[in-house]
Design a protein around this ligand. Structure first.
Ligand code: MRU
Length: 349
């Protein structure tokens, strides 16, 4: 368990640890309507692919609860699903969550019954995520050499999944096993998930780390001070290409140049066989203010033209392995991705 609860279902509210308030304040936000959840996702009060997926299901549960007796809950469910689908386009877990929730209520007769089914599903997903994250952590920790110095990007911890974390779960498990040497944490401009969130989580669990600006990552690798790069994913395409936080591709290129193994940790809910390759992954473009402003101050003239892609795509050819709860896909390609998903098909929904 963690001593903080990133996501919690109370029965009539979905409670989120507000990630925009961290690291300064541990503030919890009670979402009581689907709009509360959708806004929290857009504003990145909750973020990270698996956490967004679970939040989307909670949003649907709240939407159906909001319906009075006699109203058409199926129409409300569809409106809510559309609203949630429009929040963030890249993390496929969100869309998988919406599909799963819809499929679970196809036979429901009343709003009350549907609300109960969806509430149970939120609880089920929160619990299941623990097992998924722990399995990823176990597989991933086994890949690291003794005393591993790991570099990680963005935030892939409990905050990003609601449970133990993916890439950061591997870091935690390696630490528990006494295999971890040190963690390099990249700042992760523009939203600073590394600086604000990953450092906060590592501190909470007592793991030694050093924060660097994104531009320092290649230099740390060039100096021979990184034994593995560990990142998360927002969508894994059928051929093994991976969309993840902007800056991931640059890390993969540097890792190849300096012969550092580059691992992606992702649950099966982040795989998308309907997206053939990285070029087909929709990449979210976010507000230019995220780049122009930092901590309330301007860092460039307000009228500066800005491009702010939130994610990039790392080709499968640069990935040493993708660590999932069902095992590791080394040197991923279409055949291996398909084989793993088929073998684990009972677990993918
Ligand atoms: O924009 P964010 O902060 O939601 O992006 C998150 C990432 O890129 C993470 O690496 C990914 O979602 C995995 S979280 C376990």
């Amino acid at each position: 368990m963690n001593d903080y609860r990133p996501l919690r279902w109370t029965g009539d509210a979905f409670v989120i640890l507000d990630q925009t308030a961290l690291p300064h304040e541990e503030r919890y936000l009670e979402c009581r309507t689907v709009e509360d959840v959708a806004t929290a996702i857009v504003d990145m009060r909750v973020r990270g692919a698996p956490a967004i997926g679970i939040s989307a299901v909670a949003g649907l549960a709240l939407a159906v609860r909001e319906q009075g007796a006699g109203s058409d809950w199926r129409v409300a469910l569809e409106h809510a699903a559309q609203r949630l689908a429009a929040t963030r386009p890249t993390a496929v877990d969100l869309f998988h969550g919406l599909e799963l929730a819809r499929s679970r209520v196809t036979a429901a007769q009343t709003a009350e019954e549907a609300a109960q089914i969806l509430a149970r599903l939120v609880e089920e997903l929160l619990e299941r995520q623990w097992a998924i994250d722990r399995a990823i952590a176990e597989h991933g920790a086994g890949l690291l050499p003794l005393g591993a110095r790991v570099l990680t990007h963005c935030n892939t911890g409990a905050l990003g999944t609601g449970a133990y974390g993916t890439a950061l779960g591997i870091v935690r498990r390696a630490h528990e096993l006494g295999r971890l040497g040190h963690v390099w944490v990249t700042e992760t401009r523009p939203r600073q998930q590394g600086a604000r969130l990953t450092t906060w989580e590592l501190r909470r669990v007592g793991i030694a780390h050093t924060l660097i600006v994104d531009g320092a990552a290649a230099w740390v690798m060039a100096r021979g001070e990184v034994d593995a790069v560990l990142v998360g994913a927002d969508r894994v395409a059928a051929n093994g290409d991976v969309a993840n936080k902007i800056g991931t591709l640059a890390l993969a290129v540097a890792a190849e140049r300096y012969r550092v193994p580059f691992y992606v940790a992702a649950p099966l809910s982040t795989f998308d066989l309907r997206t053939p390759d990285g070029r087909s992954i929709p990449i979210e473009e976010r507000d230019k203010a995220e780049v122009l402003r930092l901590n309330g101050g301007w860092v460039a003239p307000a009228e500066t033209p800005v491009s702010n892609p939130a994610f990039d795509v790392t080709p499968a050819s640069l990935i040493t392995g993708i660590v999932t709860e069902a095992g590791v896909i080394l040197s991923p390609d279409q055949r291996k991705v398909q084989a793993l998903l088929e073998a684990a098909s009972g677990r993918v929904q």
